[in-house]
Design a protein around this ligand. Sequence first.
Ligand code: R5P
Length: 309
Amino acid sequence: MLKLLSGSASVALAGRIAESLDVELTCCDVERFPDGELVVSVGVDVRGDDVYLVQSTGPPVHEHLMEVFLLADACRRAGAVRLTAVVPYLGYARQDRRTAPGEPVSIRVIGELMAASGVDRVLVVDPHNPTVEAIFGIPVQRTTAIGVLVSALADELLDDAVVVAPDLGAVNLAEQYAAELGHPVAIMRKTRVSGEEVEVNEVIGDVRGRIPVIVDDMIATGGTIASAVHALIDTGSVEEVLVAATHGLLLAPERFEGLPLRRLVVSDTVPPPADLPLSMEVVTIAELLGEAIERLHGGRPLHELAAWR
Ligand code: R5P
């Protein structure tokens, strides 16, 4: 039997998934010992069940990851026959290679810990890099929010728009958006100066007089988007920018102040920050994930669900 569980990070999204699947959702108990250790409990009988545990791993990243590990162990010990961690936003995915001597490949460690704690497979939405499939020892099923975000953007038909990849890592994503929206692509070369600061080195493609639609897998501090907007305007784009990203962490919303944003659209892989001092549209991926879970439960492939490369 399919059982849907939620960790503390994704209660609202898991509720929407439960509605779309028409199944009951169990929100697992997550308490804390005085020394800060987590004490979790599944809270429902999962013996013999095909369990789907929904838990995004946005901030606080370590707490949310630890919940996945502990709840996975709890499910195994309680007799679940199969456990899929549904991790709409996979933290640490950006640390998929060593950029300097002495660094780990952190996402590999996360994959090892998931497997060691009893997770059989992981379902993710737009992971930072699809190579996570090769890095994890357990199967990774991925789907994409591009279709949902494109539907939101396409509400407003734009003449003379250009889809912009704010760095080379986003080119594939931008091409997928551009194919759906029917606009050309421009690409930026960016250098990361620090965790918060980036520099745009070059804008490749014709943005002059066009409305930019910047697309990215995630917005963390917003440094990438802010630098991209400035560089586009300096290069002669229209001073009205659209931004779409799957994961809207928005850790430093003040960076968007004063930017000429016409629309900022994200999905609900992570809960939107409270009291955001800017207008942001949040579209839900609940139906997409519901359909993905239904397919996984029934042993059907995901690739026809949402086209991805
Ligand atoms: C980086 O390669 C990612 O695709 C995003 O562009 C980046 O993580 C966004 O981070 P921030 O908003 O802090 O610039």
